[in-house]
Design a protein around this ligand. Structure first.
Ligand SMILES: *Cc1c(COP(=O)(O)O)cnc(C)c1O
Length: 412
């Protein structure tokens, strides 16, 4: 008799995006005319095509694969040296951060890495997660058995939830209790907030004092526009001893469908055996990658490398400016509609407070029915997301302008 992993049975049934899909489908089937003017500002997926520098690199790499002399089979599981070196040099050493090429591990996505990292961490850690949060951090912990059951508010027993509210600028403070592993995401999905240097210093200080590890998700790093906002956790002294950083080419280079990301595991980062011995995590992650992963396609790694060429950098800037331009249009529209708005400055998301007394799902239904726009209800990201909705700036400018206009016509 084969047993299944019962942890999966603890996962909340009505997962956010399927539920949104169900409601949108029901609406469009019942209202074919309104369906034709539907604008989706829900899921966080890019809309603009790959930059020309990437397309050129892909073509070159395809031709190489078609010639016996330049064909490549299995590559290094941790990534090709040309890409690890481009990343370490451009994203870290050029900004004064001491990260070696072989501390970069290239992968097929940060979502996968955020889940996979649990392979090399113990099972008895106290885990702290922001509320609201990117659901992947929570669900991957549920799947491996780090939690108990889910309560009616959507909170899992055994996790420490860190509330993110207007009073802390949606950036959680270190808790008074001791935790061992902390997920931080800055700039943040879903709230659009970016942590300041003092806020990250407080976390590094906390982690060093508690011998804890920070899992720092910087998928939206490229969207930081405000001076002084750290682009990496390694800008903070001491972070090499307490932090793993996840970055992705999905949101800067438009690689959501092309798939390439990387994780930084410094060699000086240690965790503890049950006998209290401090051991480096770098060899464990390297072993994990070589055993459970066979590398990102050569073509895709050449495509990612092209993002670091002068043309590639300029084209990425163009994409970011496009999406942040949309965000500014959406922020202005929602404010003109009398709504309280956060985010949209260092991130492609705006986080909007619902009018008083309106729940996140009520706002979703109202905006779908009356404005024919799909947003994401904040409560789907955690109980502290109740009373908010997220609007994604991943769209055409024309759509962002139309959504902005329709939000202002809405009667609550
Ligand atoms: C989009 C996103 C990622 C990137 O995931 P990929 O698997 O690399 O596409 C990571 N973290 C957050 C919070 C995201 O929103």
């Amino acid at each position: 008799m084969a047993l299944l992993n019962e942890n999966y049975l603890k996962l909340k049934a009505g997962y956010l995006f399927p539920e949104i899909g169900r409601r949108v489908k029901a609406f469009t089937e019942a209202n074919p005319t309104a369906a034709a003017r539907l604008i989706r500002c829900g899921i966080g997926d890019v809309t603009e095509p790959l930059p020309p520098a990437v397309i050129a690199a892909l073509h070159r790499a395809v031709d190489e694969m078609g010639q016996r002399s330049t064909f490549r089979g299995y590559g290094p599981e941790q990534g090709y040296d040309f890409l690890r070196s481009a990343i370490a040099q451009n994203d870290y050493r050029a900004h004064g951060m001491d990260i070696a090429d072989d501390e970069i591990f290239v992968s097929d996505g940060s979502k996968c890495d955020c889940g996979a990292i649990l392979d090399i961490l113990g099972d008895r850690n106290r885990i702290a997660i922001s509320d609201p949060v990117y659901p992947v951090y929570v669900d991957t912990n549920v799947m491996v058995g780090h939690t108990g059951a889910c309560d009616p508010s959507g909170a899992y027993a055994g996790l420490v939830y860190l509330p993110c509210t207007p009073s802390n600028g949606f950036i959680p403070e270190p808790p008074s209790e001791a935790v061992d592993v902390v997920y931080l995401c800055s700039p943040n999905n879903p709230t659009g907030a970016a942590a300041t240097r003092p806020q990250l210093e407080a976390w590094v200080d906390y982690a060093l004092r508690h011998k804890a590890i920070l899992l720092f998700d910087a998928a939206y790093e490229a969207y930081i526009t405000e001076p002084g906002v750290p682009h990496s956790i390694y800008e903070i002294p001491g972070a090499r001893e307490c932090a793993i950083e996840f970055r992705s080419f999905s949101k800067n280079g438009g690689f959501t469908g092309t798939r390439c990301a990387f994780t930084v595991v410094p060699k000086s980062l240690k965790a503890f055996s049950s006998t209290g011995e401090a051991l480096p995590l770098h060899p464990l992650w390297s072993r994990r990658m070589t055993t459970k992963f066979n590398g990102v396609p050569y073509l895709v790694q050449r495509a990612a490398e092209a993002l670091y060429s002068p043309e590639g950098k300029a084209q990425v800037r163009g994409l970011i400016e496009h999406y942040l331009g949309n965000a500014a249009v959406l922020v202005a529209g929602a404010r003109a509609a009398g709504l309280t708005v956060y985010g949209g400055v260092n991130a492609p998301y705006i986080w909007v407070a619902t009018p008083s007394g309106v729940t996140s799902w009520q706002a979703f239904d109202r905006i779908l029915n009356d404005a024919n726009v799909v947003i994401t209800p904040g409560s789907g990201f955690g109980s502290k997301g109740e009373g908010y909705f997220r609007v994604s700036a991943f769209n055409s400018r024309a759509n962002a302008e139309e959504v902005s206009r329709r939000l202002q016509l809405l009667k609550w």
